[in-house]
Design a protein around this ligand. Structure first.
Ligand SMILES: Cc1cc2nc3c(=O)[nH]c(=O)nc-3n(C[C@H](O)[C@H](O)[C@H](O)COP(=O)(O)OP(=O)(O)OC[C@H]3O[C@@H](n4cnc5c(N)ncnc54)[C@H](O)[C@@H]3O)c2cc1C
Length: 233
């Protein structure tokens, strides 16, 4: 086993496998496993980066426990935001959902559950101007996009769910992606190109967690070995 810390740029099909091109070298490979992951989309407001891990979070499953009995906020209005807001009600005393429109984009069943929750407060037509704090988050400044009215929300945590981006730019036009840019695989992690496998957050799936990424990696590894054995048989 050999590890190389290099940036993958692209791959090309060759007669007997693939040429893998990084920022430093070119390699010959009989199979490729893509595991470039995904990254949460940032909101981009002042205070977001400074308080990342200090009250600003992008993962409810990971960080909910830090906010037991506290007032927190969720930014977003899609399925993920509302699913995570509902999950966070099991921990927080109050969850304010900040959405820039006057209706949720989430599916009706999720939206109805959010509306029915006595722990969820929906703040409509509002954008985050700043996340404030002094080391730890202590609040956020909001602006109503219709009235221009501003308010300060004294929250201890802010969960951003304004989308996630798979890191698939090097594979556009080479491997099949879904409409959100995730790599499409079958249950054995095969992509649409024989010999190229994908594992982890980069692929289309329903739960992106360390344990599911590790499981994908194990399957992709075994399938890649089988693929090479078949080539050599
Ligand atoms: C803030 C946060 C907290 C989380 N906490 C938890 C938790 O507590 N428990 C849990 O189960 N899950 C957690 N998750 C989810 C978990 O981190 C992911 O599901 C898991 O790491 C996915 O593994 P992966 O290998 O697919 O991708 P990653 O872990 O994202 O690894 C992808 C790697 O590929 C590298 N890479 C990308 N592009 C290139 C390139 N062109 N060339 C070379 N390298 C490249 C990246 O730098 C990165 O090192 C968290 C996620 C976030 C965002």
């Amino acid at each position: 086993m050999e590890f190389k810390t290099e940036v993958f740029k692209t791959f090309e099909k060759t007669g007997d496998g693939f040429k893998v091109i990084t920022d430093r070298e070119e390699y010959g490979a009989k199979a490729i496993i893509v595991a470039t992951g995904a990254q949460p989309r940032k909101l981009g407001c002042p205070g977001e980066d400074e308080h990342r891990g200090m009250g600003v979070s992008y993962c409810a499953t990971c960080d909910a426990n830090f906010f037991r009995n506290m007032h927190i906020a969720v930014v977003g209005g899609g399925d993920t935001a509302i699913e995570e807001a509902l999950y966070l009600t099991k921990f927080a005393s109050k969850v304010s959902v900040i959405h820039r429109r006057d209706a949720l984009r989430a599916t009706k069943v999720l939206a109805d559950r959010a509306m029915a929750s006595d722990k969820i407060e929906l703040i409509w037509d509002s954008v985050v101007e700043e996340v404030t704090g002094d080391g730890l988050v202590n609040g956020m400044r909001l602006k109503n996009v219709k009235t221009g009215e501003k308010q300060f929300l004294p929250v201890k945590g802010v969960f951003m769910f304004v989308g996630q981006e798979p890191i698939t730019a090097p594979f556009v036009g080479k491997l099949e992606l879904d409409d959100r840019g995730y790599l499409i695989t079958d249950v054995d992690m095969h992509t649409d190109v024989p010999g190229v496998f994908a594992a982890g957050d980069v692929r289309k799936k329903s739960l992106r967690q360390a344990i599911t990424a590790a499981g994908d990696g194990a399957i992709a590894g075994v399938q890649a070995i089988k693929y090479i054995e078949n080539l050599e048989a």
